[in-house]
Each structure stands twice: as structure tokens, then as C-alpha cells.
Design a protein around this ligand. Structure first.
Ligand SMILES: [Zn+2]
Length: 310
């Protein structure tokens, strides 16, 4: 089966992951997907922040009513005109201080309310995400891979289990990846070796080497034996080649780079030489010596290496 050509929409970013949660008040169901309306009943979703704000407002309103009732009781039952004034003044002072204090602690109160809501509704939220996840499955079955991935990507923001990551990876492996796509890699690294993930990572490497981060490199090194078995030594060589992008990576992974030094294409070796030469104060371990040796043996007469041959 050929790969699907799809277009991804831009991912909406929020400061906190839970901020994307929303609820259909009619179905009483949470969702993390980007739809504005509930796919079941068509009602507009209400964002979790507006939900919390309305609960918070209701609480303030109820408390204000109680204060008013207490003040009114004081006024009604005041035996003398003086006591009536006293209770009125006390009531006004109390109201003002209540409003001021509420404003001061509004933000923390709001977050408390939010935390409480997330805790109380945890089961409901996970049921909602399960429903979202079934919608994604349906997309996969119907061949709408772009939409399926977008759904899984949103759900994956809240559920970071391996199973969720690998569902995304499997869909991505059936899609034709392009460098203009907003792809994720580090977020999808599973806790154990997974062939599908490595297959995806190697595809990503082909279109955008800069996505191979420190965490990815560590994953490849950790699972190197299985990777060589499944994908051959060449895959590991190209991964090691990406570590030559940055001085920091070379420092951190110098042993790994050293192992594949003889296999790197010329431009990678040139890059390595120039980084090593411009940072003579850094301790490169035996990588420095080995690189010098390689240049002396293999590139001695190459004019491009003239500046590195002593
Ligand atoms: Zn609904």
C-alpha cells in the first residue's frame, strides 16, 4: 500500500496541557479535539476555563447573597436605631473587605477551583478522551489518516503512555512525510524499543536532521543492537552523523561518533574537523586524535582538508 499524501493543520498551543479540554454540557462529555461543536449532538463545546470561571462566579454570587441575608437579618431585628446603623455599617465594611480579599486571592482561588474540578471529573475526562480516541480509530479505518493523526496528537498531549505514542507513529508511518509538516519526534519516544518508532524516526531524519535531539540520540544508542538488526548499520551511521550538528552533541556523544568516524561522508568529516579546530579548549576525549588520524590517512591530499592537515 502506498503512503498517503496529507496536509496537517497547525497545532494549537496552550500554556498548560489541560487548557485544551472542553465539555459538551448537553452530553456531559469532555473532549480534547479541536472541533468547536460536539460531534454527537452539535452543541457548542465550552472550554474548561470558562467552565471553571462560571462555577467560580456562581460561588461568589451565592456567598454575596448570604452576606446580604445576614446583614438584612441584623437590620430587621435591630432593637434600636443605633444598632440598626451599627449592623448596616458592619455589613458594608464586611462586604467591601470581602470583595477586596476575593480580588487579591482570585487567581489562586481560580486555580484551586480548577484543580478540584480536574480531580473530581477525572473519570469523566478519561471517558471523554476514550470517545475521542474511538473517533480517531474510525478515521484510520476510513482512511482519513491526516485527521486521525491530528486527533491522536491532541489526545497524546494529555496521555503520554507508550500505547498512545505508538498509535500516532503507526499512522505517521503510512503518511508521506514532508519537511514543511509540523511533525513531532521527541514527544513520541517510547520507553522501550519499538521498531515502528525507529522506522518513523529514520524517515524524519531524512527530511529534517535537526529533529534528532539529544533524547533521540540517547534512544538510538540505548537500543543500538536491535536497531542494527532491524535496520542495518547504515541507519546507525546516519544517526551518528546528525550528532555532528552541534558542538554540545559532539561532546556528549563523542564515543558514539568515534565508532562510526570511518563511515562518515566527507562533508560530515569536514564539519567535525572545523568544530574540533575552533574549540581547542574542549576535551574531546580520543575523538580529536582519531579524527586527526583519519584526516592524515584518508584526506591527506584533499585540498578541502588543507587547513586541518598539520
Ligand atoms: Zn454533545
Amino acid at each position: 500500500m502506498g503512503k498517503h499524501a496529507v496536509q496537517f493543520s497547525k497545532k494549537k498551543r496552550t500554556k498548560y496541557r489541560f487548557q485544551k479540554l472542553k465539555m459538551c454540557k448537553k452530553c456531559n462529555r469532555y473532549s480534547i479535539l479541536k472541533d468547536e461543536n460536539c460531534p454527537t449532538c452539535g452543541a457548542a463545546f465550552v472550554g474548561i476555563e470558562s467552565l471553571v470561571k462560571s462555577i467560580f462566579k456562581n460561588r461568589l454570587f451565592t456567598e454575596a447573597i448570604w452576606i446580604l441575608i445576614i446583614v438584612s437579618i441584623g437590620i430587621v431585628f435591630a432593637p434600636t436605631v443605633n444598632t440598626l446603623y451599627y449592623s448596616l455599617i458592619a455589613g458594608v465594611i464586611f462586604c467591601i473587605s470581602y470583595v477586596i480579599l476575593t480580588f487579591i486571592f482570585m487567581k489562586s482561588e481560580y486555580f484551586n477551583q480548577l484543580k478540584k474540578m480536574l480531580r473530581v471529573d477525572l473519570k469523566k475526562i478519561s471517558a471523554g478522551l476514550q470517545f475521542d480516541s474511538e473517533l480517531a480509530n474510525e478515521d484510520v479505518r476510513e482512511g482519513r489518516l491526516g485527521q486521525a493523526y491530528e486527533k491522536l496528537r491532541e489526545i497524546g498531549d494529555l496521555i503520554s503512555k507508550d500505547k498512545m505514542k505508538l498509535r500516532q507513529v503507526k499512522v505517521l508511518n503510512d503518511i508521506m512525510l514532508r519537511s514543511d509538516m509540523e511533525l513531532e519526534l521527541e514527544q513520541l519516544i517510547p520507553t522501550v524499543y519499538d521498531k515502528d518508532f525507529v522506522k518513523y524516526a529514520l524517515e524524519v531524519l531524512k527530511i529534517n536532521r535537526s529533529m534528532i535531539t539529544k533524547k533521540c540520540l540517547a534512544y538510538f544508542i540505548q537500543n543500538r543492537e536491535s536497531i542494527v538488526m532491524d535496520f542495518g548499520l547504515d541507519s546507525l551511521i546516519s544517526v551518528a552523523g546528525t550528532a555532528l550538528r552541534m558542538k554540545l552533541y559532539i561532546q556528549e556523544f563523542h564515543e558514539f561518533i568515534e565508532e562510526f568516524l570511518d563511515y562518515f561522508p566527507k562533508e560530515r568529516v569536514l564539519r567535525l574537523c572545523s568544530i574540533l579546530q575552533s574549540n581547542p579548549e574542549v576535551d574531546w576525549g580520543s575523538l580529536g586524535e582519531k579524527t586527526k588520524h583519519l584526516v592524515a590517512m584518508k584526506y591527506h591530499y584533499d585540498p578541502d582538508f588543507k587547513q586541518f592537515v598539520s
